[in-house]
Design a protein. Structure first.
Length: 428
């Protein structure tokens, strides 16, 4: 296996840049460029020199021995000054060394998976951690990266392996007198794991929204202040505002961080009888996005009612309170009246939703858990059958285990590896 190298920090000027090297020749590379290899996990200042002996930089060098590094291989890190010139000079010197090759995107993390430093779900958690923009995204990604999902899957797997062992014992001793009926214990295990899987699936929608952002649609008739409210909530002029009705023809999306919770605000076309085909399409799209949104803010004028069926959680407000004064539950994006109260309501609503999130954060996890649930439900039906075909029950439980194993990468992972690692940067 080649020894690989890459810059692990962002491109551009910076105080420090980190160049990482991983593989069997990592320490030889340090010896040739820095003169000697520091003690493992002890940062040491070294002169970094090119092949002709010229000084590249003075940098900290840090080494991790095989089995005690991120990738599980010998790893060296050069913490050099972060100017593009220094970085390029050091990369050029590394490229001239035998058996060293530039890393592919995600190759460091892929080696960590191949060397059993991480499992597949932890890799996905790390990918989300690198993309996290809000505190709730960071916390969710960190839980998965730290192995909470892996441990949960291992618990389900351990219980089901126990059920398989009990069933196999019955099969092995079919011609002999079995000391006790294993059906009650197997049934209890299957029922218990099914409940846990169902609970995990119920939290998937929230965990997926934490990854992508909860959607809040601002809905109402034309010229009630929707775009002005969007701009006020976003803190910038994201939407064009005008006194002319029907200015917004398409759905405008603005991402924001609401006290650690990712939110996507949607400004939609005004609900009315369309004046032309384009406005008709805009209104249809507005209704569609409003139906899919996690929360809707309905703006209306005094005496008007929303044009869409309301949900219990919808927020209904009088718009343009700077003009329509004296009404309760009113808001003005122009003056800011009611904005703090609206933000508080949004914060409370989504902060109450976040704890509902499960640890399954990808569609792949969801599909695996659904497949396992289907297999266990089939086993459950056979356990209730008076004939109790033990071989078939054992096979269904075994398939459930295989489905759960795919979450952490024990089986059938090659199809998803390239997609996962392509999202990583070169130095990770």
């Amino acid at each position: 296996m080649d020894t690989i190298y890459a810059v692990s920090t962002a491109s551009g000027r910076a105080g420090i840049a980190v160049i990482r090297v991983s593989g069997p020749q990592a320490f030889d590379a340090v010896r040739k460029i820095a003169g000697s290899v520091p003690l493992p996990r002890h940062a040491s200042l070294r002169d970094l020199k090119a092949a002709d002996g010229s000084l590249i930089d003075k940098a900290l060098v840090l080494c991790f021995e095989k089995g005690k590094s991120f990738t599980g291989e010998n790893v060296a890190e050069f913490h050099c000054h972060g100017s593009p010139a220094v970085v390029q000079a050091l990369l050029f010197s590394l490229s001239e060394l035998d058996e060293l090759a530039p890393a592919e995107p995600g190759e460091f993390t892929r080696r960590a998976l191949e060397n059993y430093q991480l499992d597949l779900s932890q890799v996905e958690g790390l990918a989300d951690l690198l993309e996290a923009e809000t505190e709730s995204q960071r916390k969710q990604a960190m839980r998965v990266f730290a192995g909470e999902l892996s441990r949960r899957v291992e618990g389900w797997r351990r219980d089901l392996i126990r059920a398989i062992a009990l069933l196999e014992a019955t099969i092995d001793f079919a011609d002999e007198e079995v000391p006790e009926d294993v059906t009650p214990e197997v049934t209890d295990i299957v029922d218990r794991v099914l409940v846990k899987l169902g609970k995990e699936l119920s939290g998937f929608a929230v965990s997926e929204r934490i990854r992508s952002g909860f959607e809040v649609a601002i809905v109402g008739a034309p010229n009630v202040g929707k775009s002005t409210l969007l701009n006020a909530l976003a803190g910038r002029d994201a939407a064009i505002t005008s006194s002319l009705a029907g200015t917004t023809r398409d759905v405008i999306e603005v991402r924001m961080d609401l006290k650690g919770v990712p939110i996507t605000l949607l400004d939609t076309a005004g609900m009315r009888s369309p004046a032309d085909e384009i406005e008709k399409l805009g209104i249809a799209r507005a209704k569609e996005r409003a139906e899919r949104a996690d929360l809707r803010i309905f703006l209306s004028l005094p005496g008007e009612a929303p044009d869409i069926s309301l949900r219990s959680e919808d927020i209904v407000l009088i718009g343009k309170s700077d003009v329509n004064m004296g009404y309760p539950d009113s808001v003005s994006g122009l003056t800011g009246e009611g904005i703090p109260e609206l933000l508080d309501r949004l914060t409370v609503y989504f902060e109450e939703r976040v704890p509902e999130a499960g640890l399954a954060i990808r569609d792949r996890h969801k599909r695996s858990i659904e497949e396992a649930s289907q297999q266990l439900e089939a086993a459950q039906s056979f356990l209730l059958d008076s004939r109790k075909d033990v071989e078939i029950i054992a096979e269904y439980v075994r398939r459930a285990v295989i489905s759960l194993d795919s979450i952490v990468g024990r089986f059938d992972i090659e199809a998803v590896l390239d997609e996962i690692f392509s999202s990583f940067c070169l130095g990770k």
